[in-house]
Design a protein around this ligand. Structure first.
Ligand SMILES: [Zn+2]
Length: 231
């Protein structure tokens, strides 16, 4: 019985040590697995950070040696968004406008009331203004824009149409044949586009002049109102 007791005690003692070793091993494995997991998480966050600049600041604070060069490379990019955001409002400035030709207004804008046309000898609306100008007088773009069309109108003679910002379109008629711009050209306010003449058959009694009209979002507007935008 004493042997059994001894055996039992001895086995119990050995079992205690085995259990202790197993526990130690288990702790070791658990720690290793946990370490590997945390390592993987770090690797994932590092890889993501290369794809998106937004994450760089977060990762950079984690003291990862591999990212030592990352903050330097992205610092200029990080300062770019605020600067562009600051310049955006200034881009949307008022449009500069200039009169297409200097001269006396001989026929006014009249879309709501009929006005008498000396050439056709009838009453009709007038979608623009007629500005007297000697043949060959330079006609300029009333604002920055892009030439949309250049054509010869049966009634209004040689015509140039320019599209501007905010849906404005300006039209210059009764020009001479030697128009100096073509569709697609970018023009600036005050740039010569053609010359005055008496090519508008509908307004021949006015002599040499420029018929200037404006639309906004495809609706006719008083050219005087348009010219007042940039002044
Ligand atoms: Zn006219």
């Amino acid at each position: 019985m004493s042997d059994n007791k001894h055996f039992g005690r001895g086995f119990g003692g050995k079992g205690y040590y085995i259990a202790l070793i197993l526990c130690a091993a288990a702790i070791g494995i658990t720690s290793y697995v946990y370490y590997r997991n945390t390592e993987n998480v770090e690797e994932v966050s590092v890889q993501e950070s290369y794809g998106e600049d937004v994450l760089v600041d977060v990762v950079a604070t984690e003291d990862v040696p591999a990212l030592a060069t990352q903050p330097q490379a992205t610092q200029p990019a990080a300062t770019t968004p605020p600067s562009t955001a600051a310049t955006t409002p200034t881009v949307k400035k008022a449009m500069k406008t200039v009169s297409p030709v200097s001269g006396e207004e001989i026929s006014g804008y009249s879309m709501e009331a009929l006005s008498y046309n000396q050439t056709t000898r009838d009453w009709r609306v007038h979608n623009g203004v007629d500005i007297a100008a000697e043949a060959g007088t330079e006609v300029v773009a009333a604002a920055d824009g892009e030439v949309y069309t250049v054509y010869e109108d049966d009634a209004m003679g040689h015509t140039v149409v320019i599209r501007h910002q905010d849906g404005y379109i300006t039209k210059y008629s009764s020009l001479s044949q030697d128009v100096v711009v073509q569709p697609g050209d970018t023009v600036t306010a005050g740039q010569v586009i053609g010359y005055a003449s008496d090519s508008a058959l509908l307004e021949t009694t006015l002599g040499s002049h420029v018929h200037f009209s404006v639309t906004c979002q495809d609706k006719p507007m008083d050219p005087a109102e348009f010219l007042s935008i940039g002044q």
